[in-house]
Design a binder for this molecule. Structure first.
Ligand code: B1N
Length: 838
């Protein structure tokens, strides 16, 4: 029998204090960093000093790989993926780096010999929450997979000073607190002020004729912002590849303030500086919605322009002619947030580098590729022309010109179809004029992909139908994936060890190997180990909940978890209706035999999203009543875990029995939490939405709890005219649930509190909760029944994990490389000598 995976990287022998991996060397290096970086000695060092000393010790070991990687990429001018994303939800770096370096156990031992506890130090890290949810976390998983697959890549984004807000719950309501993730410093990044880049904003354009008699445009900006790159190394799992995450901070360029200083307007100059720095101040906390705010557009052009100019700098630095930009770089646009890249790359090539339109357009299209992440109409970004032209006058001209050429193309392919022209135009002229960013991204890219099979199909049939008819060859699907390094190995060491003891540890890089677990599904010893592991992890969460929420949870109950952003389409309130249904059954018959459940929720609501916040309040209010009602005994508990984050998610996924993926079909583009739960042995209750469809296909329909309307049924029902009141009047249990809320039972008699929510359900119910209610309840009753058959549940859990191999982000990245990026891996050998410049 094989034991715990051996993470030792054995081709490294250099026993230097900055590179050595032995326990002795790690201890020496740790103390060295404590003294020389933190300036502390053990007697007065704080936990944070110890965390920093360890982080620097690990960073030193990354640097050797990082520099080797950079040397090789530079020497070979390797083809590189630029992943442009307004969000990177990286999660804590320390633990992940220990896993990927393969030194988790050595470091644990080293710090313990110094009288410290590694788990304690890991807890110290403030995670960089530079994203809202799935989209930002996907970008992070993809960077991990690119490094692991040895794909040269650069992640480009914004170094927000304040990431996603911290969530507190007061009197059941969400309260937002600013996230000061940088307040103790960030040991993982290196600032590169020498590579600063300048970005223009506002002002006007002037036409002129150049010395060769050509028509040219000059842009006189109102403002210039300086972007300073901050680089973080990202190491692959058991490889020497360390790629770069390059995030831009906005500053005021000194030269720009200068005039103001000289004219004595000191405060004016400082003001200017503050306005500039605002650009990278804060992450917009909306998931799946767009508000058309000026500062947001400024953020987008800021990071996109910095990144494209940086790529051009690299192209020149490696003596690649600019005409071959698209051979050196492929630029993936993570949704439309960086879609301004289409106009900006055109501007840089034409205005700044003297290229002609046709060649610039060909390079732009060959370089860019666009990923769409949403089917929600309110999330499709549009900018009012007035705002756009004020901030980006030159880009607006370029977009008009792109639009002219594009509409000519449409006319040629679909003659005499003016309605089509109107629908497809880059400019929405139906009322106030807007620039349509998704259209710009589609026209300017050579690839357009959705993030799950169903999502891609719906894009082709509906949201981007005209573009699919125009450019069918551009469309492709890339089903999302998640990294097994963070979401199994790091977060669930017990399960990792059990799996590796049976099938070795190749699965960490080849997740499809998990299928070898199927051979053990009838082995009673293995099944019992599987069960004890889940049970031990649940115990840990019980202790955490006791401490955090003061709620005593029954560890044998079903841990039924819904953890994701709060949004009406995700239907956390459908889950709430189920809780009240069970509660009503108990109240009607206190001795009823019910499978005990603990309902656990985690997630944030956008600060301006009133209904989502009211749903959080409802769940907490139900909890207050249910958790304290003596009739309920320990059969039901409702727990809201505040401030859900990556760090926290890693604690939650492993403890789940049941994963709630209950969005209205046709709304969730993919989901990735669904994958993380299933990979940790949870069973899914879900609709046929997003990647749920493919998960069910993989794990087998007998191992997945499916319910509810399908996407076509949703459309049909809405087309027929949906009447939620009919369901309310004809379904006894549903009516009792709604009446229970309306009566003020969960609001100390206040019948107004939840009225807006109830009214929206009774009179609109946009997301069809009532239509899916009975199917959901029936399915949940079935879940409760299956859970009582422990052997059957365990078997289903094992088969879920064994069959989830498809959902590794390594598979996704492999497919992007093959179908979109046309890029090969570049293995990195350590110890190639780094020579000084001649
Ligand atoms: O992207 C994830 C998917 O798994 C989810 O289904 C999808 O909802 C999510 C505007 C978004 N789509 N759109 C966003 C985020 C921030 C923002 O300002 C939109 N997030 C998703 C990964 O593919």
């Amino acid at each position: 029998m094989q034991t715990v995976p051996n993470h030792q990287v054995d081709n490294l022998q250099i026993e230097d204090d900055r590179t050595g991996l032995s326990v002795e060397c790690l201890k020496r290096a740790f103390l060295d960093n404590l003294f020389y970086v933190q300036g502390k000695f053990p007697k007065i060092a704080t936990k944070n000093d110890y965390y920093m000393a360890l982080a620097y010790t690990v960073r030193d070991r990354l640097l050797q790989r990082w520099i080797n990687t950079a040397v090789i990429y530079t020497d070979r001018a390797s083809r590189t993926v630029s992943y442009l994303s307004a969000e990177f939800l990286m999660g804590p770096h320390l633990g992940n780096n220990l896993v990927n370096l393969g030194i988790y156990d050595q470091v644990k031992q080293a710090v313990s010999e110094l009288g410290l506890d590694l788990e304690d130090l890991l807890e110290q890290e403030e995670e960089p929450g530079l994203g809202n949810g799935g989209l930002g976390r996907l970008a992070a998983c993809y960077l991990d997979s690119m490094a692991t697959l040895e794909i040269p890549s650069l992640g480009y984004g914004i170094r927000y000073e304040f990431g996603i807000f911290d969530q507190d719950i007061r009197d059941g309501w969400q309260v937002e607190i600013t996230d000061k993730w940088l307040h103790c410093g960030n040991p993982w990044e290196i600032a590169r002020p020498e590579w600063a880049i300048y970005v223009r904003l506002g002002g006007h354009t002037e036409a002129y004729t150049d010395e060769r008699g050509r028509y040219r445009v000059r842009w006189i900006p109102f403002q210039v912002i300086k972007g300073v790159p901050h680089d973080t190394p990202l190491l692959g799992y058991k490889t020497n590849t360390a790629n770069t995450l390059r995030l831009w901070t906005a500053e005021a360029p000194e030269s720009f303030d200068f005039a103001a200083f000289n004219s004595g307007d000191y405060l004016g100059a400082v003001q200017e500086k503050m306005v500039s720095e605002n650009l990278s101040k804060v992450l917009y906390p909306n998931d799946d919605s767009s508000q058309g705010k000026r500062l947001r557009l400024a953020q987008q052009i800021f990071f996109v322009s910095c990144s494209l100019q940086d790529m051009i700098r690299i192209v020149f630095g490696q003596n690649v002619p600019l005409e071959k930009f698209h051979e050196k770089f492929v630029v993936q646009l993570n949704d439309t947030h960086p879609a301004i890249a289409v106009a900006e790359l055109m501007r840089l090539l034409i205005d700044e580098h003297d290229m002609g339109w046709d060649q610039a357009w060909s390079i732009t299209q060959k370089s860019l590729a666009y990923t769409n992440h949403t089917l929600l109409p309110e999330a499709l970004e549009r900018w009012p022309i007035s705002l756009f032209g004020e901030l980006l006058p030159r880009h607006l001209e370029i977009i008009y010109e792109i639009n002219y050429h594009f509409l000519e193309e449409v006319k040629a392919k679909f003659p005499a179809d003016s309605d089509r022209l109107r629908r497809m135009s880059l400019i929405d002229e139906s009322g106030e004029k807007y620039v349509r960013m998704a259209h710009l991204a589609c026209v300017g890219s050579h690839s357009i992909n959705g993030v799950a099979a169903l999502h891609t199909k719906l894009l082709q049939q509906d949201v981007l139908r005209d573009f699919y008819q125009m450019y069918p060859e551009k469309f492709n699907n890339k089903t999302n994936g998640v990294t097994p390094r963070r979401f199994i190995v790091l977060s669930n060491p017990r399960l990792t060890n059990l799996i590796s003891s049976k099938i070795g540890d190749n699965w960490v890089k080849n997740l499809k190997d998990l299928k070898h677990l199927e051979a053990f599904v009838d082995d009673p010893e293995f099944c019992s180990q599987w069960r004890s592991i889940k049970s031990a992890i649940k115990q840990d969460l019980v202790a955490y909940i006791q401490k955090q929420n003061g709620i005593t949870v029954n560890p044998d109950s079903i841990f039924d978890i819904q953890a994701k952003r709060f949004h009406e389409y995700k239907r956390q309130h459908l889950n709430a209706l189920h809780i009240i249904t069970l509660y009503n059954r108990i109240k009607a018959n206190p001795d009823i035999d019910i499978t005990p459940r603990t309902f656990i929720f985690g997630g944030k609501a956008a600060p301006g999203y009133y209904m989502a916040k009211l749903i959080i309040k409802l769940i907490n209010s139900i909890g207050d009543v249910v958790n304290n009602d003596p009739d309920v005994r320990d059969r039901l508990k409702v727990v809201f875990l505040k401030n859900y984050s990556v760090k926290f998610a890693q604690r939650v996924y492993p403890a789940a029995d049941l994963s709630e993926q209950i969005s209205m079909a046709g709304k969730e583009a993919s989901g990735t939490g669904n994958m993380k739960f299933a990979l940790n042995g949870a069973l899914t209750i879900g609709t046929l939405d997003g990647a749920n469809v493919e998960i069910r296909e993989e794990v087998g329909e007998e191992n997945f709890f499916i319910f509810g309307l399908t996407a076509p049924e949703v459309y049909a029902l809405k087309a027929r005219g949906y009447r939620p009141l009919d369901y309310y009047h004809s379904n006894r249990e549903l009516k009792a649930v709604i009446d229970r809320i309306a009566s003020g039972h969960f609001s100390h008699g206040d019948t107004k509190l939840f009225k807006p929510l109830l009214d929206s359900l009774l009179y609109r119910d946009e997301y069809l909760l009532f239509a899916d209610y009975q199917a959901y309840i029936d399915c949940q009753d079935y879940v409760s029944q299956v859970y009582r058959d422990r052997d059957r549940w365990t078997r289903m859990s094992i088969l879920n994990v064994a069959r989830m191999g498809k959902f590794s982000s390594d598979r996704s990245i492999h497919d992007y490389c093959q179908d979109i990026w046309n890029i090969q891996s570049v293995p990195i050998e350590l110890g190639e000598c780094i020579q000084a410049k001649e």
